[in-house]
Design a protein around this ligand. Structure first.
Ligand SMILES: *Cc1c(COP(=O)(O)O)cnc(C)c1O
Length: 394
C-alpha cells in the first residue's frame, strides 16, 4: 500500500486543475503582454484568474500580484517593505516559528544591516500572544509578519487580533498564509492584513506559482526588476498556465472546503487518539484547539525521527521528520524547540500531514505499521531497555 502523508510539503495537482491548465501550454500560448490576438487571448485568461482569486480572498483584482511561490512572496513582502521605508532605523517583528522563507529573509536583512529583527516567543501550543506584539512595536517598526498557520505543527495564530493592534499603529502587517490556504477561510479583510503570501502547490495547484496580496496604498520596493508585468511591480513573463491552475485550485479548495476539513479533522483526531493511547512515550506536539485540520506532529521517546521516517518509507508511507526544508540537516526543528519541546523529543518527531484524499484505511494501515516500527526500533535502543528494566515503562 502506498500512503502519502506529506501534504504540508506539497500536494498532488487536482485533475480538474490539470485539465484547466493544459490548453494554455500549447494552444493559447501567447504572451499576455503582447498586443495581438494571441496575447489578448492569454491576457483574458490571466485577468479572469486574477478576478477569481481576488473574489475568493475578499480582495480587489489589482491587489493580487503573481509570483513564483511562497518563498518569493515572503521575501518580497519583508525586503520590499524594509527597503521602501523612510524610517532611519528599521525594525521587523516576526515570530520564532516562521517558515525558513521568512526567517532567512530576516536574517539576511540583519546581516546586511538593513533591519533589526525582533523574534517573538510562542507558548507551548505554538501561539503568539497579541500583547507581546503590542509590546514589541516601536517608532522604528516597519512591518510585522506572523504566519497564519504553522507548517510543522499546525498552530493557527490569532491573525485578525494581531492585525488590529499592528495596523492600528500604522505599521504594515504581513501573514504567510501558505500552509493555511487549503483548510482555513482566508479573507484579507477579516484577517486584517496588508500583505498575504500564498503558494498554489500547497492546495493542489501547480508548483512554481504563488501570489502576494498587497492592499491598495501599500508601497513595496521591487524584488525582481525587468519588464512591466504585474503593474510594473514584479517583472518576468506572465505564467499563464500556472496562473490559470492556481485560480482553479483555489476555487476547488474553497468549494469543497467544508467537506474536506470535516473529513480530515475526523481522521486527524482518530489518528492522534490511537497513537497516544496505544504507543507508550508518544507525545503530541502543539495544541488540540487551534490546529490545522490536516496536521499531526508526534514525538516518540527513545528513537530518532529519521529512523521512523525511513522505516515507514520502506512500508510505502511518506511522512516528514521536522520540516521538509530542514531535513537533511541534523539540527532539531527550530519550531519544536521554540515550543519548549526537549531536544531529544524534537529529534524524535514526525509530521503526518493528511490530504483531502486520505482514507480511513490508509490511516489504519499507518498506525498499525507505526506501532510495529516503534516497537522494533525501541527493541534496539539501549536507553529504552534501561527505562524498561527500571520499571517506569508501562
Ligand atoms: C511551503 C511553504 C512556503 C514556501 O512556498 P514555496 O511556494 O514552496 O516557495 C512558505 N511558507 C510556508 C508556511 C510553507 O509551508
Amino acid at each position: 500500500m502506498k500512503v502519502y502523508l506529506d501534504n504540508s510539503a506539497t500536494t498532488a495537482v487536482d485533475k480538474e486543475v490539470l485539465e484547466a491548465m493544459l490548453p494554455y501550454f500549447s494552444d493559447i500560448y501567447g504572451n499576455p503582454s503582447s498586443l495581438h490576438s494571441f496575447g489578448r487571448q492569454a491576457l483574458k485568461a490571466v485577468d479572469e484568474s486574477r478576478q477569481k482569486i481576488a473574489a475568493l480572498l475578499g480582495a480587489k483584482p489589482n491587489e493580487i500580484y503573481f509570483t513564483s511561490g511562497g518563498t518569493e512572496s515572503d521575501n518580497w513582502a519583508i525586503k520590499g517593505a524594509v527597503r521602501a521605508s523612510k524610517n532611519k532605523r528599521r525594525q521587523v517583528i516576526t515570530s520564532a516559528i516562521e517558515h525558513p522563507a521568512l526567517l532567512e529573509t530576516c536574517e539576511a536583512l540583519e546581516k546586511s544591516g538593513e533591519a533589526e529583527v525582533t523574534y517573538l516567543k510562542v507558548n507551548k501550543e505554538g501561539l503568539v500572544d497579541p500583547a507581546d506584539v503590542k509590546k514589541a512595536l516601536n517608532d522604528d517598526t516597519v512591518i510585522v509578519s506572523i504566519m497564519t498557520a504553522n507548517n510543522e505543527m499546525g498552530a493557527i495564530q490569532p491573525i485578525s487580533e494581531i492585525g488590529e493592534i499592528v495596523r492600528g499603529e500604522g505599521v504594515l502587517f504581513h501573514t504567510d498564509a501558505v500552509q493555511a490556504a487549503d483548510t482555513l477561510d482566508l479573507n484579507v479583510n477579516a484577517l486584517n492584513v496588508d500583505l498575504l503570501s500564498l503558494s498554489a502547490h500547497k492546495f493542489h495547484g501547480p508548483k512554481g506559482i504563488g501570489l502576494l496580496y498587497m492592499r491598495s496604498g501599500v508601497r513595496l520596493d521591487r524584488l525582481i526588476n525587468g519588464g512591466h508585468q504585474e503593474r510594473r511591480q514584479r517583472a518576468g513573463t506572465t505564467n499563464t498556465p500556472l496562473i490559470v491552475g492556481m485560480a482553479k485550485a483555489l476555487e476547488i479548495s474553497v468549494r469543497d472546503r467544508e467537506r474536506n476539513v470535516k473529513h480530515m479533522t475526523e481522521l486527524r483526531d482518530y489518528f492522534i487518539g490511537r497513537a497516544l493511547n496505544e504507543i507508550p512515550y508518544c507525545y503530541l506536539n502543539g495544541g488540540t484547539e487551534r490546529r490545522l485540520a490536516n496536521n499531526i506532529n508526534l514525538s516518540f521517546g527513545f528513537i530518532e525521527g529519521e529512523a521512523i521516517l525511513m522505516s515507514l518509507d520502506l512500508k510505502g508511507i511518506a511522512v516528514s521528520s521536522g520540516s521538509a526544508c530542514s531535513s537533511g540537516s541534523l539540527e532539531p526543528s527550530h519550531v519544536l524547540l521554540a515550543l519548549g519541546v526537549k531536544e531529544e523529543l524534537a529529534h524524535s518527531s514526525i509530521r503526518f500531514s493528511l490530504g483531502r484524499d486520505t482514507t480511513k484505511e490508509e490511516i489504519e494501515y499507518t498506525i498499525n505499521t507505526l506501532k510495529e516500527i516503534v516497537d522494533r526500533l525501541r527493541g534496539m535502543s539501549p536507553l529504552f531497555n534501561i527505562e524498561k528494566r527500571t520499571g517506569s515503562y508501562v
